[in-house]
Design a protein around this ligand. Structure first.
Ligand code: HEC
Length: 114
């Protein structure tokens, strides 16, 4: 196979995948905004709650379990993992959206194991 053909094949396979990942990131950010998560969280800065990036880094070896644990905590609230201030229950968030939000937070870890 000639190189240009190989390249266009790769581009055809990879670019849609990259686009889908970007769409998922944008959808997650929009959901977080609509769910008022940004009033206490930022991507990289410590506000009332820990930065999404720090959360994702801490749990990046254990995403499949942690997405369920974090979705539950997003819904019910709770504390003890980052400091003295607990997260309030986010009662306006639907369970299915809590799982999406947990996955989106966890997806923000830089490449590493998992
Ligand atoms: C009123 C402030 C507040 C709001 C609103 C809030 N959080 Fe939090 N969040 C916190 C605090 C404080 C913590 C740290 C809790 C702890 O120490 O375990 C936290 C922790 C977390 C964690 C990590 C939990 C853990 O056990 O490590 C995740 C994930 C999270 N928040 C996601 C969200 C999402 C998604 C939303 C929007 C639906 C949201 N938070 C809304 C304050 C808030």
């Amino acid at each position: 196979m000639k190189t240009p053909a190989l390249l266009s094949l790769l581009a055809g396979a990879l670019l849609p995948a990259l686009g889908a990942a970007q769409d998922a990131a944008a959808a997650g950010a929009a959901l977080a905004k609509a769910s008022r998560c940004y009033s206490c969280h930022d991507a990289t800065a410590q506000l009332i709650g820990p930065p999404y990036l720090a959360i994702a880094s801490r749990y990046r070896g254990d995403r499949s379990v942690m997405e369920v644990v974090l979705a539950r905590k997003i819904l019910l609230g709770g504390g003890g993992n980052w400091g003295d201030v607990p997260m309030v229950p986010n009662e306006h968030v639907k369970p299915a959206d809590a799982l999406k939000l947990a996955r989106w937070v966890l997806s923000q870890a830089p490449a590493g194991k998992n």
